[in-house]
Design a protein around this ligand. Structure first.
Ligand code: PDD
Length: 282
Protein backbone atom coordinates (compact mmCIF):
# COMPACT_ATOMS: atom_id res chain seq x y z
CA UNK A 1 0.00 0.00 0.00
CA UNK A 2 1.38 3.36 -1.10
CA UNK A 3 0.59 6.55 0.76
CA UNK A 4 0.91 9.99 -0.82
CA UNK A 5 2.90 12.08 1.64
CA UNK A 6 3.48 15.64 0.48
CA UNK A 7 4.42 14.81 -3.09
CA UNK A 8 6.11 11.47 -2.42
CA UNK A 9 4.86 7.91 -2.30
CA UNK A 10 5.91 5.98 0.77
CA UNK A 11 4.89 2.64 2.23
CA UNK A 12 2.38 2.50 5.07
CA UNK A 13 5.17 1.80 7.59
CA UNK A 14 7.08 4.88 6.44
CA UNK A 15 4.07 7.20 6.29
CA UNK A 16 4.90 9.40 9.28
CA UNK A 17 4.31 13.04 10.11
CA UNK A 18 6.03 15.44 12.47
CA UNK A 19 4.90 15.67 16.11
CA UNK A 20 5.05 19.44 15.51
CA UNK A 21 2.38 19.22 12.82
CA UNK A 22 -0.51 21.38 13.94
CA UNK A 23 -2.92 18.80 12.59
CA UNK A 24 -1.61 16.60 15.41
CA UNK A 25 -1.10 19.31 18.05
CA UNK A 26 -4.35 21.19 17.50
CA UNK A 27 -6.53 19.35 14.98
CA UNK A 28 -5.68 22.25 12.67
CA UNK A 29 -6.49 20.99 9.20
CA UNK A 30 -9.20 19.69 6.93
CA UNK A 31 -10.08 16.45 5.22
CA UNK A 32 -12.31 14.66 2.75
CA UNK A 33 -13.53 11.07 2.55
CA UNK A 34 -14.16 10.13 -1.07
CA UNK A 35 -15.38 6.92 -2.73
CA UNK A 36 -14.05 5.31 -5.86
CA UNK A 37 -16.41 3.01 -7.73
CA UNK A 38 -15.19 1.02 -10.75
CA UNK A 39 -12.28 3.39 -11.18
CA UNK A 40 -14.42 6.55 -11.03
CA UNK A 41 -13.92 9.07 -8.26
CA UNK A 42 -17.48 9.78 -7.13
CA UNK A 43 -18.31 13.49 -7.24
CA UNK A 44 -14.64 14.44 -7.24
CA UNK A 45 -15.37 18.06 -8.09
CA UNK A 46 -17.82 18.45 -5.19
CA UNK A 47 -15.31 16.97 -2.75
CA UNK A 48 -12.48 19.18 -3.99
CA UNK A 49 -14.75 22.23 -3.98
CA UNK A 50 -15.62 21.53 -0.34
CA UNK A 51 -11.93 20.95 0.49
CA UNK A 52 -10.76 24.20 -1.12
CA UNK A 53 -13.67 26.12 0.45
CA UNK A 54 -12.79 24.71 3.89
CA UNK A 55 -9.15 25.70 3.28
CA UNK A 56 -10.07 29.23 2.27
CA UNK A 57 -12.30 29.66 5.29
CA UNK A 58 -9.53 28.70 7.74
CA UNK A 59 -6.79 30.53 5.74
CA UNK A 60 -4.97 27.33 4.91
CA UNK A 61 -2.85 27.49 1.77
CA UNK A 62 -3.10 24.14 0.00
CA UNK A 63 0.30 23.70 -1.71
CA UNK A 64 -1.31 22.03 -4.76
CA UNK A 65 -3.51 23.63 -7.37
CA UNK A 66 -6.93 22.11 -7.92
CA UNK A 67 -5.66 20.28 -11.03
CA UNK A 68 -2.53 19.07 -9.24
CA UNK A 69 -4.70 17.73 -6.41
CA UNK A 70 -6.84 15.83 -8.90
CA UNK A 71 -3.68 14.38 -10.47
CA UNK A 72 -2.36 13.41 -7.03
CA UNK A 73 -5.61 11.52 -6.29
CA UNK A 74 -5.54 9.70 -9.63
CA UNK A 75 -1.84 8.88 -9.27
CA UNK A 76 -2.38 7.49 -5.75
CA UNK A 77 -5.19 5.26 -7.02
CA UNK A 78 -3.09 4.12 -9.99
CA UNK A 79 -0.06 3.38 -7.83
CA UNK A 80 -2.24 1.23 -5.55
CA UNK A 81 -4.15 -0.43 -8.40
CA UNK A 82 -7.32 0.69 -6.65
CA UNK A 83 -10.65 0.59 -8.53
CA UNK A 84 -13.11 0.36 -5.64
CA UNK A 85 -12.54 1.79 -2.24
CA UNK A 86 -12.19 4.82 -0.09
CA UNK A 87 -9.86 7.79 -0.34
CA UNK A 88 -8.91 9.82 2.71
CA UNK A 89 -7.47 13.18 1.74
CA UNK A 90 -6.02 15.21 4.61
CA UNK A 91 -4.48 18.66 4.49
CA UNK A 92 -2.98 19.67 7.82
CA UNK A 93 -1.55 23.06 8.71
CA UNK A 94 1.87 21.41 8.68
CA UNK A 95 4.78 21.53 11.12
CA UNK A 96 5.20 24.66 13.24
CA UNK A 97 6.21 25.38 16.81
CA UNK A 98 4.30 24.54 19.99
CA UNK A 99 2.26 27.73 19.88
CA UNK A 100 -0.98 27.64 17.99
CA UNK A 101 -0.10 30.48 15.61
CA UNK A 102 -0.65 29.12 12.09
CA UNK A 103 1.72 31.73 10.58
CA UNK A 104 4.52 29.68 12.17
CA UNK A 105 3.59 26.75 9.94
CA UNK A 106 5.17 27.64 6.60
CA UNK A 107 3.92 24.68 4.59
CA UNK A 108 0.64 22.76 4.75
CA UNK A 109 0.99 18.99 4.59
CA UNK A 110 -0.99 16.82 2.17
CA UNK A 111 -1.70 13.14 2.78
CA UNK A 112 -3.70 10.76 0.57
CA UNK A 113 -4.55 7.29 1.81
CA UNK A 114 -6.58 4.77 -0.18
CA UNK A 115 -8.11 1.70 1.36
CA UNK A 116 -10.69 -0.96 0.75
CA UNK A 117 -13.89 -0.38 2.60
CA UNK A 118 -16.81 -2.30 3.98
CA UNK A 119 -18.55 -0.53 6.76
CA UNK A 120 -21.88 -2.34 7.22
CA UNK A 121 -22.79 -5.87 6.09
CA UNK A 122 -25.26 -6.03 3.21
CA UNK A 123 -28.14 -7.24 5.43
CA UNK A 124 -27.85 -4.04 7.49
CA UNK A 125 -28.99 -2.13 4.39
CA UNK A 126 -32.19 -4.21 4.30
CA UNK A 127 -32.80 -4.54 8.02
CA UNK A 128 -31.71 -1.07 9.06
CA UNK A 129 -29.55 0.10 11.95
CA UNK A 130 -30.55 0.65 15.53
CA UNK A 131 -29.77 4.18 16.63
CA UNK A 132 -29.93 6.41 19.69
CA UNK A 133 -29.87 10.14 20.30
CA UNK A 134 -26.83 11.31 22.26
CA UNK A 135 -25.88 14.22 24.50
CA UNK A 136 -23.02 15.99 22.64
CA UNK A 137 -24.44 18.90 20.65
CA UNK A 138 -23.48 19.77 17.09
CA UNK A 139 -21.67 23.05 16.55
CA UNK A 140 -23.80 25.85 15.21
CA UNK A 141 -22.26 28.12 12.56
CA UNK A 142 -21.42 30.71 15.22
CA UNK A 143 -18.75 28.37 16.63
CA UNK A 144 -16.91 25.99 14.33
CA UNK A 145 -18.95 26.23 11.16
CA UNK A 146 -20.26 22.79 10.17
CA UNK A 147 -19.52 23.68 6.55
CA UNK A 148 -15.81 23.39 7.34
CA UNK A 149 -14.82 19.73 7.21
CA UNK A 150 -12.08 20.19 9.78
CA UNK A 151 -9.92 17.71 11.65
CA UNK A 152 -11.65 18.75 14.90
CA UNK A 153 -13.78 15.64 15.34
CA UNK A 154 -13.72 15.37 19.12
CA UNK A 155 -17.43 16.08 19.35
CA UNK A 156 -18.15 13.37 16.79
CA UNK A 157 -15.87 10.99 18.70
CA UNK A 158 -17.85 11.66 21.90
CA UNK A 159 -20.94 10.72 19.88
CA UNK A 160 -19.22 7.55 18.68
CA UNK A 161 -18.30 6.63 22.27
CA UNK A 162 -21.95 6.96 23.30
CA UNK A 163 -23.14 4.95 20.32
CA UNK A 164 -20.59 2.23 21.13
CA UNK A 165 -21.86 2.14 24.72
CA UNK A 166 -25.41 1.83 23.41
CA UNK A 167 -24.30 -0.89 20.98
CA UNK A 168 -25.61 0.90 17.88
CA UNK A 169 -24.03 1.65 14.51
CA UNK A 170 -24.71 5.38 14.28
CA UNK A 171 -26.21 7.95 16.62
CA UNK A 172 -28.28 11.09 16.23
CA UNK A 173 -26.80 14.43 17.26
CA UNK A 174 -29.01 17.39 18.06
CA UNK A 175 -28.01 21.02 17.95
CA UNK A 176 -28.12 23.23 21.06
CA UNK A 177 -31.75 24.14 20.33
CA UNK A 178 -32.83 20.51 20.25
CA UNK A 179 -33.25 20.16 16.51
CA UNK A 180 -31.93 17.02 14.86
CA UNK A 181 -28.61 17.81 13.13
CA UNK A 182 -26.86 14.67 11.86
CA UNK A 183 -25.01 11.52 12.90
CA UNK A 184 -21.38 11.20 14.02
CA UNK A 185 -20.28 10.94 10.39
CA UNK A 186 -23.48 10.83 8.36
CA UNK A 187 -26.34 13.11 7.41
CA UNK A 188 -29.87 12.14 8.38
CA UNK A 189 -33.15 11.93 6.46
CA UNK A 190 -36.68 10.95 7.47
CA UNK A 191 -39.74 10.13 5.38
CA UNK A 192 -43.28 10.91 6.47
CA UNK A 193 -46.40 10.48 4.31
CA UNK A 194 -44.33 10.29 1.15
CA UNK A 195 -42.34 13.48 1.88
CA UNK A 196 -38.59 13.26 2.45
CA UNK A 197 -37.09 15.61 5.07
CA UNK A 198 -33.50 16.47 5.91
CA UNK A 199 -32.24 19.21 8.24
CA UNK A 200 -30.96 22.36 6.52
CA UNK A 201 -27.20 22.71 7.01
CA UNK A 202 -27.57 25.86 9.13
CA UNK A 203 -29.08 23.61 11.82
CA UNK A 204 -25.58 22.17 12.26
CA UNK A 205 -24.98 19.57 9.60
CA UNK A 206 -22.17 19.03 7.16
CA UNK A 207 -23.20 19.76 3.59
CA UNK A 208 -22.69 16.10 2.72
CA UNK A 209 -21.92 15.08 -0.84
CA UNK A 210 -24.07 11.96 -0.45
CA UNK A 211 -26.82 14.15 1.02
CA UNK A 212 -26.60 16.28 -2.13
CA UNK A 213 -26.79 13.20 -4.35
CA UNK A 214 -29.92 12.00 -2.49
CA UNK A 215 -31.55 15.43 -2.81
CA UNK A 216 -30.88 15.26 -6.57
CA UNK A 217 -32.27 11.71 -6.74
CA UNK A 218 -35.47 12.73 -4.90
CA UNK A 219 -36.04 15.40 -7.54
CA UNK A 220 -35.38 12.90 -10.33
CA UNK A 221 -37.67 10.24 -8.85
CA UNK A 222 -40.42 12.70 -7.98
CA UNK A 223 -40.24 12.38 -4.19
CA UNK A 224 -41.08 15.73 -2.60
CA UNK A 225 -38.19 16.87 -0.41
CA UNK A 226 -38.11 19.50 2.29
CA UNK A 227 -35.00 20.87 3.93
CA UNK A 228 -36.48 21.94 7.23
CA UNK A 229 -35.70 21.65 10.93
CA UNK A 230 -37.28 18.72 12.78
CA UNK A 231 -37.09 17.17 16.23
CA UNK A 232 -36.68 13.68 17.71
CA UNK A 233 -40.48 13.44 17.89
CA UNK A 234 -40.56 13.64 14.08
CA UNK A 235 -37.91 10.93 13.85
CA UNK A 236 -39.77 8.61 16.27
CA UNK A 237 -43.02 9.02 14.31
CA UNK A 238 -41.48 8.88 10.82
CA UNK A 239 -42.42 6.16 8.34
CA UNK A 240 -38.76 5.75 7.38
CA UNK A 241 -35.39 7.12 8.44
CA UNK A 242 -31.93 6.74 6.96
CA UNK A 243 -28.37 8.05 7.19
CA UNK A 244 -26.23 9.09 4.23
CA UNK A 245 -22.45 9.36 3.98
CA UNK A 246 -19.54 8.57 1.74
CA UNK A 247 -18.68 5.45 3.69
CA UNK A 248 -22.22 4.38 4.71
CA UNK A 249 -23.93 5.35 1.41
CA UNK A 250 -27.68 5.13 2.22
CA UNK A 251 -28.39 3.09 5.35
CA UNK A 252 -31.84 2.60 6.81
CA UNK A 253 -32.62 3.12 10.50
CA UNK A 254 -35.04 0.66 12.06
CA UNK A 255 -35.10 1.88 15.64
CA UNK A 256 -34.33 5.12 17.48
CA UNK A 257 -34.22 5.34 21.31
CA UNK A 258 -36.26 2.13 21.54
CA UNK A 259 -39.00 3.35 19.14
CA UNK A 260 -39.47 1.22 16.05
CA UNK A 261 -39.34 3.34 12.90
CA UNK A 262 -42.10 2.48 10.43
CA UNK A 263 -42.20 -1.23 9.70
CA UNK A 264 -38.88 -1.85 11.48
CA UNK A 265 -36.78 -2.45 8.36
CA UNK A 266 -35.68 -0.44 5.33
CA UNK A 267 -38.79 1.24 3.94
CA UNK A 268 -39.76 1.48 0.25
CA UNK A 269 -38.41 4.99 -0.40
CA UNK A 270 -35.13 4.28 1.41
CA UNK A 271 -34.73 1.05 -0.55
CA UNK A 272 -35.44 2.77 -3.85
CA UNK A 273 -33.03 5.61 -3.07
CA UNK A 274 -30.27 3.12 -2.21
CA UNK A 275 -30.90 1.21 -5.47
CA UNK A 276 -30.82 4.38 -7.53
CA UNK A 277 -27.80 5.69 -5.63
CA UNK A 278 -25.90 2.51 -6.47
CA UNK A 279 -26.79 3.05 -10.13
CA UNK A 280 -25.41 6.58 -10.27
CA UNK A 281 -22.14 5.91 -8.49
CA UNK A 282 -20.61 3.92 -11.32
N1 PDD B 1 -18.22 11.30 6.87
N2 PDD B 1 -21.59 14.54 8.60
C1 PDD B 1 -20.37 14.38 9.12
C2 PDD B 1 -20.08 14.92 10.46
C3 PDD B 1 -19.38 13.69 8.37
O1 PDD B 1 -18.16 13.51 8.85
C4 PDD B 1 -19.70 13.17 7.09
C5 PDD B 1 -18.68 12.49 6.25
C6 PDD B 1 -21.02 13.35 6.61
C7 PDD B 1 -21.45 12.85 5.27
O2 PDD B 1 -20.86 13.63 4.25
P1 PDD B 1 -20.50 13.00 2.84
O3 PDD B 1 -21.73 12.50 2.24
O4 PDD B 1 -19.90 14.16 2.08
O5 PDD B 1 -19.50 11.92 3.12
C8 PDD B 1 -21.92 14.06 7.39
C9 PDD B 1 -17.06 10.53 6.54
C10 PDD B 1 -15.87 11.31 6.24
C11 PDD B 1 -17.36 9.50 5.49
O6 PDD B 1 -18.50 9.08 5.38
O7 PDD B 1 -16.45 9.10 4.80
Amino acid sequence: QWIYLNGEFVTKENAKISVYDHGFLYGDGIFEGIRIYDGNIFRCKEHLDRLYDSAKSIMLDIPLSYAEMQDALVETLRKNGMKNGYIRLVVSRGPGNLGLDPTRCPQAFVVIIVEELSIYPEEAYREGLRSVSVSPRRNLPDALNPKIKSLNYLNNILVKIQSNLAGVGEAIMLNSQGYVAEGSSDNIFIVKRGVVYTPPCYIGALEGITRGAIIDLCAKLGYPLKEEPFTLHDVYTADEAFFTGTAAEVIAVREVDGRTIGAGHAGPITTRLLQEFRKIVT
